[in-house]
Design a protein around this ligand. Structure first.
Ligand code: PEP
Length: 222
């Protein structure tokens, strides 16, 4: 895959003003044709950030969802309601959400059947449900070693390549061709080496994606 996907996960770092300011700054970001950008604001500000970035090539995606269409999902986020505000993709099974939602993957089959795209995070290869994955709409995988998330410690390139190549091999045995991102303390200093790897189809960036200068440096490293 020639194109690299960069996803900025804003988590809960930014308040309302910060989210709107960052979205407005992103209107000026320069991206090469080889880069596809997604940002994931806090759910509370998803709609407004999406309105700002609506006319750009930056896709606004959700940080999580908890059901496909349940009306009784108090406090949750459903795919159907995300769809109604023109959000058509979510991060799912992020380690920070797995702490409270034990079986996020139970929703995957439904998302796949209905064509709601997602970035599925995993730490161990056996967390990937290879049997239900499909090529016919975009599913993105993200390898995220928990010890590297938000710690400033990045996995070595050898380690990333090894995991990604193992996953790619398993995917190809099922005739699947899905992009695999790496996430875990990606920053302007380490991004180029990681993004240059043929085994890495992009990065999922937390902290550094909430600072415009750092995020632009990552985006421009390609
Ligand atoms: C993340 O939240 O998925 C992440 C990788 O965070 P950070 O880049 O801050 O480690």
């Amino acid at each position: 895959m020639n194109e690299k996907i960069i996803v900025g996960n804003w988590k809960n770092y930014l308040d309302y003003e910060g989210s709107i300011a960052l979205a407005n700054s992103l209107l000026d970001i320069n991206t090469s044709d080889k880069v596809r950008l997604m940002v994931s604001p806090n759910h509370l500000y998803l709609r407004e950030v999406n309105k700002i970035l609506n006319q750009t090539k930056i896709e606004v995606i959700s940080q999580n969802l908890t059901s496909f269409d349940s009306n009784s999902d108090t406090g949750g986020i459903s795919a159907v309601n995300l769809n109604k505000i023109n959000i058509n993709r979510t991060i799912i099974a992020h380690s920070e959400t797995r702490v409270r939602e034990k079986n996020p993957q139970s929703i995957l089959s439904k998302l796949i059947t209905m064509g709601f795209s997602f970035v599925l995070c995993f730490e161990k290869i056996d967390q990937i449900p290879f049997d239900i994955l499909r090529n016919n709409f975009e599913i993105i995988l993200a390898y995220e070693p928990v010890w590297a998330i938000g710690t400033g410690e990045t996995a070595s390139l050898d380690h990333i390549n090894e995991i990604h190549s193992n996953v790619k091999l398993k995917l190809s045995k099922s005739s699947l061709n899905l992009p695999i991102l790496y996430g875990g303390s990606v920053n302007p200093l380490n991004c180029k080496e990681i993004l240059d790897s043929n085994y890495v189809d992009g990065v999922l960036v937390g902290g550094a994606s909430t600072k415009f200068e750092q995020f632009s440096e990552i985006v421009n490293s390609i």
